[in-house]
Design a protein around this ligand. Structure first.
Ligand SMILES: *[C@@H]1O[C@H](CO)[C@@H](O)[C@H](O)[C@H]1NC(C)=O
Ligand SMILES: *[C@@H]1O[C@H](CO)[C@@H](O)[C@H](O)[C@H]1NC(C)=O
Ligand SMILES: *[C@@H]1O[C@H](CO)[C@@H](O)[C@H](O)[C@H]1NC(C)=O
Ligand SMILES: *[C@@H]1O[C@H](CO)[C@@H](O)[C@H](O)[C@H]1NC(C)=O
Ligand SMILES: *[C@@H]1O[C@H](CO)[C@@H](O)[C@H](O)[C@H]1NC(C)=O
Length: 539
């Protein structure tokens, strides 16, 4: 925060130095029409205030990427030597020229800007629609999402003074209509076939429903509590997903009889996010507290109450670069790969199926879902038919996975069921990276026992395993795992995962993308084996 304030000060200082003359406007971003599913309803009210974020050109993002891979690749001598916030800021902060150009333009227009990132590479301004239209030669309008009735304010085009185009990445929200992930687990009320929730008839009961005990047994997850308070696990709740304390207590009392059922989470809110206890919609966060035994869990609630639609979700998913920065700092980021039927997002994987944005970002770990009969009986798990996977049209395959993806494409070509051209992008970043069980998870929702399924069951499961490994690493005086993918795709990482070879990706029509030996775009590299992962990370 102190850093952010000092950048703001220097911004104002520079602003007075060099006023600029009026100049030609150049279109900076545009699109032919609104995204599918949105209808343009009216001009935005002239006096309505817009909160706009300005992403400034970062001075050396390529340099930061090099650093990220150095500290995340087990083969590198710098492995685990994560960067400090100040070191990351050096790469992402804008140059003085950029700051001078943008701040004098804003001050010429009597606009106050506030840096909203520690490095000052993202500014926030609040201006009425009429001024935004003038400033950016834009036409901000109201767009209605037909399915949900939600309205957002966007413009199909905006422009910048010519000399500024080299200093500004983008304004947000303007032309982006990215829709949130449709990865909320589907709740089915009414309990599974077992007589008592959490009963100990393992492993037989695990063929019908999943519980923490089943996952512990299946993936060799330890039950002993973590010891290191510095190692935390964050769970992000978006779009009406809340963590309910009473449900959590009921869940733990049924499914983790061996731990204190009053164990709870810390809460952090972003952008007007809240955690109303009268409307619980998530429930699945119980699987972090219920699996990552003793690891401090923070529930991050992102708000969605801005009239201009600059919701916490969009902010968090906006910037793959931001994930790169978190990785360099030593944070592991895991996202659900998304559930079938997703619409929106930024890039197509195949046919009319669309890659949910975070999954395509190469600096996060994307988690797909498995289910079916499982390893207790010597039978492999099966990729879930709702679990998204594919290839990004926006991000190319990063080095750590080129070999794995090439091997898959070779296998796929050998099947002779090549889908029509353009069904998927052979050079794109493949996802998911890994997978974990995601079907028939027993949860408590609004006091009711029931089951849920979805990749958002898989992601907390995998994240809990990483959190427990980090706990052991910290206790052993070793660095935490940070950005996981270079390790996961290494031979040591791959050997510590259960390769899943059954299941077919639902997103690619009738032919489908089947799972196979090695990486595949439905189960990734496979599901976790804690015992083997422990050894692979050097414990
Ligand atoms: C950028 O500005 C800061 C503060 O005014 C100054 O200390 C620094 O030397 C400048 N950097 C360059 C490369 O000019
Ligand atoms: C369980 O946790 C709660 C909240 O931290 C605490 O007040 C209570 O004493 C604990 N109970 C036991 C048996 O440790
Ligand atoms: C939950 O509580 C809030 C604030 O007390 C209230 O505004 C909201 O309508 C309530 N929601 C439900 C579903 O009861
Ligand atoms: C395929 O993905 C690459 C990035 O890897 C992208 O540059 C290219 O535009 C994509 N092709 C299509 C047809 O979208
Ligand atoms: C998990 O790893 C351990 C240790 O490497 C190994 O003995 C065990 O067979 C593995 N489990 C599975 C299901 O592969």
């Amino acid at each position: 925060m102190v850093l952010a304030t000092s950048f703001f000060a220097s911004l104002l200082l520079l602003a007075t130095a060099k006023p600029m003359a009026p100049r030609t406007m150049v279109a900076h971003e545009s699109r032919a029409a609104s995204a599918e599913g949105f209808v343009q309803s009216a001009a935005a009210p002239a006096e309505q205030e817009l909160t706009l974020r300005i992403a400034l050109k970062q001075n050396n993002i390529v340099g930061l990427q090099t650093e990220l891979y150095k500290v995340s690749d087990p083969a590198s001598e710098f492995y685990g030597k994560h960067l400090t916030l100040e070191e990351v800021a050096k790469f992402v902060k804008p140059t003085n020229d950029t700051l001078a150009a943008v701040s004098s333009w804003l001050s010429d227009n009597n606009i106050n800007a506030k840096p909203v990132t520690p490095a000052g590479d993202m500014l926030e301004i609040k201006i009425p629609v009429s001024q935004a239209n003038d400033l950016l030669s834009a036409q901000f309008s109201v767009f209605t999402h037909s399915k949900t009735g939600k309205t957002i304010i966007r413009t199909l085009q905006y422009s910048l003074p010519a000399p500024l185009t080299q200093h500004v990445e983008f304004f947000h929200p303007t032309t982006s209509f990215a829709l949130p992930l449709n990865s909320r687990p589907k709740f089915a009320a009414g309990r599974a076939k077992r007589a008592t929730p959490g009963s100990d008839d393992l492993p037989d009961s695990c063929t019908s429903t999943m519980t923490p005990a089943c996952l512990q047994l299946l993936y060799n997850i330890p039950t002993a509590p973590a010891t290191q308070k510095s190692n935390t696990l964050g769970v992000a709740g978006f779009l009406d997903q809340w963590a309910n304390e009473e449900d959590l207590t009921a869940f733990l009392a049924s499914f983790r009889k061996d731990i204190n059922s009053s164990t709870t989470f810390a809460l952090k809110t972003l952008d007007g996010g809240s955690n109303p206890q009268n409307r619980s919609q998530a429930g699945i966060e119980a699987y972090t507290i219920g699996l990552a035994t003793g690891v401090p869990v923070t529930f991050i609630s992102a708000g969605d109450d801005n009239p201009d639609g600059a919701s916490g979700f969009l902010q968090v998913s906006n910037l793959c670069n931001a994930y790169m920065q978190l990785g360099a700092l030593g944070t592991s980021l895991l996202f659900a790969s998304g559930d079938g039927g997703v619409s929106g997002g930024q890039s197509q994987s195949c046919g009319d199926f669309v890659t949910p944005f975070p999954a395509g970002c190469p600096f996060i770990t994307s988690v797909g879902s498995t289910g079916g009969i499982n390893q207790f009986f010597g039978i492999s798990e099966v990729g879930s038919d709702f679990s998204s996977g594919g290839f990004s049209n926006y991000f190319s395959a990063p080095d750590y996975q080129t070999e794995a993806v090439a091997a898959y494409l070779k296998f796929f070509d050998s099947l002779g069921t090549i889908p029509p051209d353009g069904r998927f992008n052979r050079s794109g970043r493949g996802f998911p990276d890994v997978s974990a069980q995601g079907e028939n998870f027993e949860i408590v929702l609004d006091g009711q026992f029931g089951t849920v399924e979805g990749t958002s069951c898989s992601s907390p499961t995998f994240a809990s395993i990483i959190a427990l490994l980090n706990d052991e690493l910290v206790a052993a005086g070793k660095p935490t795992l940070g950005f996981l993918n270079p390790f996961l795709y290494s031979s040591a990482g791959r050997a510590a995962l259960n390769d899943i070879v059954f299941g077919t990706n639902p997103g690619c029509g009738t032919s489908g993308l089947p799972a196979t030996t090695g990486w595949d775009p439905i189960t990734g590299l496979g599901t976790p084996n804690y015992t083997a992962l422990r050894t692979a990370v050097g414990l």
